[in-house]
Design a protein around this ligand. Structure first.
Ligand code: HEM
Length: 447
């Protein structure tokens, strides 16, 4: 191919918003140029979807406004993904015959005061101490995964980073957090995969029912574990969930509402919360860790700086990778009353998406927004974990995993490089974006 025939990379100035399709795999390979164009020309962009439309909110200040105003922008969006009545009937039958527990919308898809109750109770279980205490375990898991990376690279072959490192780290870390014994890790991974089956993709009814069978198995395992902890409490999240109570004196005045239900969590609620930890935490962290590795391979100076001072540099590398990756690209909200955002009129019932991915590259907040600059001062302003009352519950855990990964990769690896076979294909989801695979060459630090 000659220079003349190579199509130039699209830029915000050359793309046409008429070509934007939310579910278009080609667009989702690089949606950022479209988001940049939207920020300039249509900050509240109405994207067509089957049966309606979604309003994409793309500017940093507008995304903040949406996620902070929970009365106008409700989180009670439909999580069923519009499942067919046949699937609904067969799922109901399955749960009845197999003795599954009701799936309850907790945290992510509820508003105050229900949200206040769940967050308060879960905060008693998922405490900063619980997360900090996981550090030695996460470091040991990371060390084992780096051993695997180096073993597989010993013959000079490329290693696939997603499956070798970025998938197992978060799954094993959350399994440790939930006190799952090592001999049940394979089951736990299976249940975790089943929990996300069908999110953002189309699967058949039978495939979905197979996944639900696994979820019922997961429910039974954890229901039994919770039962055991009633009689023999342990120092773990499960026991904390069982014992969590709302202390009205802890509440701010405006939260001390008469209608705040202060009942302890039911077993079905605890199971839904545990499942939400898997759904919300594993894929997202996998995608972030993968992007972090890609960024470090792409910027030899930053890799050298990390290697020279792993502990000092890791935090910046983590935040900047979170900003650029933004694995949860956007989150739905339902408009509860007519309002206006960035000069666009929205009506009660409209569905909007707070596009964290777009906000995180808003040039009015982040200078040279597409560049990987771990030292940038405004790094902390990224919205990869959202903001406001729904701010990611697992942010501290994910950051800890990222920090340990960056430190240990910097300490243990010598050179890192992308294999020339990489095509950098992203999963074509506008909600959960990340690389399908990443082939890298790595050498040990002292070779
Ligand atoms: C890089 C990794 C992660 C990213 C990018 C991420 C992103 C997000 C975002 C953007 C939200 C806000 C959603 C909204 O405003 O509607 C959120 C909420 C949430 N995240 Fe994460 N998350 C990550 C890791 C985790 C982990 C490890 C866990 C659990 C162990 C977790 C559990 C949750 C839960 C339960 C919520 C709902 C909180 C609520 O609605 O009050 N996340 N996450």
């Amino acid at each position: 191919m000659t220079d003349e025939t190579i199509a130039p990379n699209p830029t915000a100035d050359t793309v046409d918003l008429a070509d934007f399709g939310l579910f278009d795999p080609a667009v989702q390979q690089c949606p950022h140029v479209y988001y940049a164009r939207m920020q300039q020309d249509a900050p509240v962009f109405q994207a067509a979807i089957p049966g309606g439309s979604l309003h994409l909110i793309t500017r940093h200040e507008d995304v903040l406004e949406v996620v902070r105003d929970t009365e106008t922008f409700s989180s009670r969006f439909d999580t069923s993904g519009g499942i067919s009545s046949e699937l609904a009937t067969r799922m109901k039958e399955l749960y009845e015959t197999e003795g599954g527990y009701d799936r309850i919308g907790t945290m992510l898809t509820v508003d105050p005061p229900d949200h206040t109750r769940y967050r308060r109770l879960v905060a008693k279980a998922f405490t900063p101490k619980v997360i900090n205490d996981l550090e030695p375990a996460i470091r040991a898991i990371t060390a084992g995964l780096i051993d695997d990376l180096l073993d597989r690279a010993a013959a000079g072959d490329p290693v696939e980073f997603v499956e070798t490192f970025a998938v197992p780290l978060p799954v094993t870390a959350i399994a440790k957090a939930l006190n799952v014994p090592d001999d049940r890790l394979a089951d736990f991974k299976r249940w975790s995969d089943a929990s996300i089956a069908g999110i953002g993709t189309n699967i058949s009814i039978d495939e979905r029912l197979d996944a639900e069978r696994e979820i019922i198995e997961f429910q039974k395992y954890f229901a039994e574990q919770l039962g055991l902890r009633r009689t023999e409490p342990q120092d773990d999240i499960l026991t904390n969930l069982l014992n969590a109570r709302i202390d009205r004196e802890d509440l701010d005045l405006d939260e001390a509402l008469e209608d705040l239900n202060d009942d302890p969590l039911t077993i079905a609620e605890m199971l839904s919360i545990i499942q939400q930890l898997l759904v919300a935490g594993n894929e997202t962290t996998t995608k972030f860790l993968t992007e972090m590795m890609r960024n470090l391979c792409d910027t030899p100076d930053e890799w050298a700086a990390l290697k020279a001072d792993p502990v000092g540099r890791a935090r910046g590398v983590v935040d900047e990778s979170l900003r650029l990756a933004t694995p949860t690209q956007g989150m739905f909200r339902i408009v509860t009353r007519d309002c206006e955002i960035a000069g666009t009129q929205l009506r009660a019932g409209d569905r909007v998406v707070a596009m964290f991915a777009a906000a995180n590259r808003d040039p009015s907040v982040f200078e040279d927004p597409d560049a990987f600059c771990p030292a940038r001062e405004e790094a902390k302003d990224h919205l990869a974990f959202g903001k406001g009352i729904h701010y990611c519950l697992g942010a501290a855990l994910s950051r800890l995993e990222g920090k340990i990964a960056a430190e240990e990769l910097g300490r243990r690896l010598g050179t890192i490089a992308l294999d020339s076979s990489n095509t950098f294909d992203y999963h074509p989801s506008f909600m959960l974006r990340g690389l399908k695979r990443l082939d890298v060459h790595v050498t040990p630090a002292d070779s």
